[in-house]
Design a protein around this ligand. Structure first.
Ligand code: GCW
Length: 736
């Protein structure tokens, strides 16, 4: 009896110790640097299952890529299983993982996979379990070491997502050939539209010092199949083409090469003047063409596998062939001729929109480029933004998709969130990109999706490509916000397989990056998958677009009309007045809807069939117009804004419930970002509705919280203050 109190005290102490240890396990802080390649020890039951299958490992070959494969698999498996993996030999030894090409590995060579592998191309791979008697081996095979690299990362992904590996039969190949990250990085270390610190590239210390991050950047890209990096901003500085800089570029190329990544440069069209001392950069001037040829030769001397040039020409003040009275084809083909002997490509951007009185910017790129279909050289790719305006939270697909069947057209997405809350708002962009890729252009009738144009299936393009404007920077966690690493990941996965679903991508990324806790996985994937629609709701619902504050594009400014260039003013896009709101792009308006194929054109033209999500993109609609729900347009609009706010509030609550299932550092960082997002969502709703209400004069429907400030206050307050930039004194309890 007398022992009881003592016992219970001991028990209490034991419980406290256990709680303390328990608290310590998730307490291992994670700064996000390792991205989705964390390789922390997996849950015990998975470790037990996997151990039997991976007793030893043999990676054939002695190239830089095969040693990268060896290193990655060794650290990935050792980390995941919590013990070193034995080095095996090139023989059918049970429980071995064998990685090689038919040429580099005896075992792989004996499996007669040549035919199958050649169909998968030099980046494809097979992962298969082979059995003889009671011996079983897992083989990763490809015709090239690059394919092995992708296979190795695929295998690691299977483990990281706890998938079975005992009866594997995987055959994969990328559907798109050039899978590119475009960096809008400048020579001074700044990043245009970058929200994750400074540039990754340290030009000042290159080529002498190689920042270790370059290699980790390459690993991350290779793990999702990205095989090209355009290192500098499309608003290009000619300095990148000087010999001095080319040596720096070559040093980066050397680090990226083993990971299957080629470097590209944005080329300033007037470089022959700036660097070559010529009087003109006229593409038809033989001296200009000769200058570019010499430059291309010099580049390939330093970087034999240089990918090519990305060019923003005659757009937003950049020089281009039209500066010299020539056209896009003259410019692109001249550069293409310089690169062709080395196998390089020219990626010509279609983001061209000259202001003309009374024009519709949404139709400009089509008008400027479509007439050149079939005229570009065979190593020219036309890079087209996903929508006709400019990376808005939602746009219809760009009408150039499908309308240039004789041109190699490549989609350009923006991973960095210029128009979607920078690195402060959670937006899983896979949903938006998927929506675009699956959009049917009807170019060859039903089933002519943007994805089928991008991967060459519809028109049989030889060089297929896809680009994403990077959201990476010098921030320790690469993207400024841990959750937005998911967009870098998703871009790579969709570039590899444009039909991949956002659900599958979200699931993989969450398990690899954040948690294996079943509840956490459900909550986080649900958050990711709902996030894009939420942002559309609180920023630009029902087809509104370009309602952002001028210049930086962070907060709302639907009233903004002070730019001389009308198509930079939000009022130009919303056309809101006492009568209604929306941009009429039908026959009664700008008629740019006619740039789409008839089925799409007709669907969008008619109020009866235009989806609500694009209503105000194509139509000017009266405030009291009856929507399908029976509500007025005004009420529907207001409720959409409110819906966006509710979503963020709910996401914050859901996240709060995950405490303990995610390491405390990232848990707290995400919670802080969600608080900013809630403040901003409320601000977006309030500012937008205050302005539109001043025109509609209608009262807010039930369920919509009234704005707290006056319209004048919203008009005079720039949301991008220190708080939003994350530099101010952040108070977690701050409530608006
Ligand atoms: O979205 C706009 C941006 C510019 C950018 C341009 C482009 C690099 O506001 O910053 O310039 O698009 O895509 O060229």
């Amino acid at each position: 009896m007398t022992l009881l109190p003592k016992r219970s005290a001991a028990f209490a102490v034991a419980v406290l110790i256990l709680l303390f240890i328990g608290a310590l396990i998730p307490a291992r802080a994670d700064d996000g640097y390792r991205l989705w390649l964390r390789y922390d020890k997996l849950p015990n039951n998975a470790v037990l299952r996997y151990r039997k299958q991976i007793l030893s490992m043999y990676v054939a070959g002695d190239s830089a890529t095969s040693s990268a494969v060896r290193g990655e698999l060794a650290s990935g498996i050792a980390g995941s299983l919590g013990e070193r993996i034995a080095i095996g030999r090139d023989a059918f030894v049970s429980g071995e993982l064998i990685v090689g090409t038919p040429a580099s590995s005896k075992v792989v060579g004996s499996l007669h996979l040549e035919r199958e592998l050649s169909e998968l191309g030099d980046e494809g791979f097979i992962i298969r379990t082979f059995r003889t008697g009671n011996r079983s081996v897992t083989v990763i095979a490809s015709t090239s070491d690059r394919g092995l690299l992708y296979g190795a990362f695929h295998f690691l992904r299977l483990i990281q997502t706890l998938r079975p590996i005992d009866k594997l039969n995987v055959a994969e190949r990328p559907r798109i050939k050039l899978r590119l990250l475009d960096h809008w990085d400048n020579a001074d270390g700044s990043v245009e539209r970058g929200y994750a610190g400074r540039s990754l590239w340290k030009w000042g210390e290159l080529p002498a010092r190689i920042d270790p991050r370059y290699r980790d950047y390459a690993r991350a890209n290779a793990s999702v199949g990205i095989n090209g990096s355009v290192l500098n901003n499309v608003n290009a500085d000619a300095v990148f083409l000087t010999t001095d800089y080319l040596q720096k570029v070559a040093a980066i190329a050397d680090v990226l090469r083993p990971y299957g990544i080629k470097v590209y440069l944005s080329a300033r069209f007037s470089a022959p003047i700036e660097l070559g001392g010529l009087k003109t950069a006229d593409p038809l001037d033989p001296k200009v063409a000769a200058w570019w040829k010499r430059k291309a030769d010099e580049i390939h001397e330093l970087i034999p596998d240089f990918g090519g040039f990305l060019v923003k020409a005659n757009s937003e003040g950049q020089p281009g062939p039209r500066t010299y009275g020539r056209d896009h084809v003259d410019g692109a083909n001249m550069l293409a001729a310089a690169l062709a002997p080395h196998g390089g490509v020219v990626i010509w951007r279609a983001f061209v929109y000259d202001a003309k009185p009374g024009y519709d910017r949404a139709g400009a790129a089509y008008e400027n480029l479509q007439p050149f279909d079939g005229k570009f050289a065979s190593n020219v790719i036309l890079q087209v933004k996903n929508g006709p305006i400019d990376f808005q939270p939602r746009e219809p697909f760009h009408p150039l998709f499908g309308s240039m069947p004789k041109t190699q057209v490549a989609p350009e997405f923006q991973i960095t969130q210029e128009y979607m809350g920078f690195s402060n708002h959670l937006v899983f962009l896979a949903n938006m990109w998927h929506e675009v890729l699956e959009s049917d252009t009807y170019a060859r009738g039903l089933g002519s999706s943007v994805a089928k144009i991008a991967d060459g299936e519809l028109f049989g393009q030889k060089i297929t490509a896809i680009a994403g404007v990077a959201n990476t920077g010098s921030d320790r966690n690469w993207t400024g916000y841990d959750m937005l690493q998911a967009n870098w990941y998703a871009f790579g996965r969709l570039a590899w397989d444009p039909d991949a679903t956002p659900e599958a991508i979200a699931d993989e990324w969450t398990k690899m990056t954040l948690s294996h806790d079943p509840n956490a996985i459900v909550v986080i994937t649900r958050m990711l998958l709902g996030s894009h629609e939420a942002v559309v709701n609180y920023m630009t619902p029902l087809g509104l677009h370009h309602q952002m504050w001028g210049g930086h594009h962070y907060g709302p400014a639907p009233w903004w009309n002070s730019y001389d260039r009308d198509d930079w003013n939000p009022t130009y896009y919303n056309k809101a007045d006492a009568g209604g709101i929306g941009f009429d792009r039908t026959m009664t308006g700008s008629n740019t809807v006619s740039q789409y194929f008839p089925s799409v054109r007709d669907q969008y033209s008619s109020l009866a069939t235009c989806p609500d999500t694009l209503l105000l993109w194509f139509h000017h609609v009266k405030w009291d117009y009856r929507m399908r729900t029976g509500r007025t347009l005004w009420a529907e609009l207001a409720l959409h804004y409110q819906e966006g706010v509710y979503w963020v509030r709910n996401a914050r609550r859901q996240w709060a419930g995950l405490k303990g299932t995610i390491d405390p550092q990232r848990y707290a960082a995400v919670a802080r970002k969600l608080a900013i997002q809630e403040r901003d969502a409320v601000w977006w709703k309030d500012a937008s509705l205050s302005y539109f209400q001043s025109l509609s004069k209608m009262s807010l429907p039930k369920g919509v919280e009234p704005p707290k400030l006056s319209l004048e206050q919203y008009k005079t307050t720039d949301l991008l203050d220190d708080f939003a930039r994350g530099k101010g004194n952040f108070d977690e309890n701050h409530k608006d």
